[in-house]
Design a protein around this ligand. Structure first.
Ligand code: MG
Length: 158
């Protein structure tokens, strides 16, 4: 049997914060505001993975009111999601994500992000697909005030 899950996340962008995406720091004049490291891609992917097994969302497992998660690497959340799936004998087959921001250009950073995500999830980089879009200058994302991400994950039981 295969199961799919979707995830979505959005973070505000602000000067003076680090821009963490897919487990790596992307050099940019702004960064994402968040309780953890604000990694929009890891958060959307985490929700997609949790969704494959009806395990709620990232807020259920890592509430932003809990000081334990303040400033931590979001790869930790992915590692935890992977563990929950493994406990249920579910294996990650594939994940695909679209990160939406006006700037910076993310394509050059995808190889490093895929490697970091794959390592946390215990899969090969070839099982993680990443894409980037702008918002065509429209809305909060288009004005560079926010970054968003949609993700889908597929797991297999046996
Ligand atoms: Mg988030």
């Amino acid at each position: 049997m295969t199961f799919s899950g979707i995830g979505y996340d959005l973070h505000r962008l602000r000067e003076g914060c680090k821009l963490m995406i897919g487990g790596i720091e992307v050099p940019f004049e702004k960064g994402s505001v968040g309780h953890s490291d604000g990694d929009v891609l890891s958060h959307a992917l985490c929700d997609a993975l949790l969704g494959t097994a009806c395990l709620g969302d990232i807020g259920t497992h890592f509430p932003d009111t809990d000081p334990r998660w303040k400033g931590v690497s979001s790869l930790l959340f992915l590692d935890h999601a992977r563990q929950l799936l493994e406990d249920r004998r579910l294996h990650i087959v594939h994940a695909d994500a679209v990160v939406i921001c006006e700037r910076p250009k993310l394509g050059p950073h995808f190889p490093a992000m895929r490697a970091a995500l794959a390592k946390s999830l215990g899969v090969a980089a070839e099982q993680i697909s990443l894409k980037a879009k702008t918002n065509e200058g429209l809305g909060e994302i288009g004005r560079g005030e926010a970054i968003a991400c949609h993700a889908i994950a597929t797991v297999r039981s046996h």
